[in-house]
Design a protein around this ligand. Structure first.
Ligand code: SF4
Length: 280
């Protein structure tokens, strides 16, 4: 049995909040660079150039890539042989977010109550998902999520008779409706199966997988490739101003479901697809 102190969790989450808002991961920066070489629209190319320049300035001057520094989504994979001492883990995660958003001068975007809407002024609480896994390590994934794109996401409770063609239609219609509002080029996370909340969670988790890594399930990999191709033929383009780069990645996760259902969740993310991982 290994022991870690929550001070360690606070320190890492604080650093991860800042790191993810200043620097995009390699898979995203590479895909954006690649898109500039394949984009057919001159205006689209110009927009991709501006987005690239924006990323470079953010990294050089240590300022956020986007003014919407997101709501902090945190996935914790906790080894069942790990003992965590100190404060309550949820409090530790929120303390890390509080410190990160304060010390990093990141915008505080969270309101305490969805109707009363008073800003909590420190970007807490985060959205925390826990999983107990084998081992004695703690894997933390932090993905600050902007709401321009979050607002364009959808859950579709399809019927089994809708089949794979219904799934494709649900994905493509959601992206089409998102259009320029999701700050394209987008990354599209999809969850198929499970139940209402499981498919939404899978879609969010899919957004934390590097976009240069396909699903290991052959038909899902094929679906990821097909959907990306079809999305890029929609013409929405960079910034929604037309072009051949509407998305830079489609990641799909699947899970068993009920004989009577076929849930599909489509979680849209913009090109500021922030996700960082650390193992403690
Ligand atoms: S959707 Fe993304 S790029 Fe658009 S404002 Fe939000 S975080 Fe920024």
């Amino acid at each position: 049995m290994r022991t870690i102190h929550t001070d360690e969790i606070i320190k890492n989450i604080c650093e991860m909040c800042i790191e993810s808002n200043l620097y995009l991961s390699k898979d995203i920066t590479n895909a954006m660079k690649q898109a500039k070489t394949t984009e057919k629209s001159p205006l689209g190319c110009q927009i991709l150039g501006q987005l690239e320049e924006n990323m470079e300035i953010a990294a050089k001057d240590r300022i956020p890539i986007c003014q919407d520094t997101g709501m902090a989504v945190v996935f914790l994979d906790i080894g069942q042989d790990l003992h965590i001492e100190g404060m309550q883990i949820e409090d530790a995660v929120n303390e890390g977010i509080r410190k990160g958003y304060t010390e990093g001068y990141l915008r505080k975007s969270v309101v305490k109550d969805p109707i009363l809407r008073e800003n909590t002024k420190d970007n807490t609480p985060g959205i925390i998902h826990y999983r107990i896994v084998p081992g004695e390590q703690l894997a933390i994934t932090l993905a600050p999520k902007g709401f321009g794109s979050e607002n364009m996401s959808k859950v579709h409770m399809l019927k089994p008779a809708d089949g794979l063609s219904g799934v494709k239609e649900a994905i493509l219609n959601t992206v089409r409706e998102a259009g320029p509002n999701a700050c394209p080029p987008m990354v599209v996370g999809v969850g198929i199966g499970g139940d209402f909340e499981k498919c939404a969670l899978m879609a969010k988790q899919a957004l934390t997988r590097d976009i240069d890594r396909h699903s290991e399930i052959p038909y899902v990999k094929e679906l990821e490739i097909e959907m990306l191709d079809k999305i890029n033929k929609m013409g929405i383009g960079p910034g929604g101003l037309g072009g051949t780069t509407t998305a830079i990645g489609v990641n799909i996760n699947v899970y068993p479901t009920h004989i009577a259902g076929l849930p599909v969740a489509v979680n849209i993310c913009c090109h500021v697809a922030r996700h960082v991982k650390r193992i403690l």
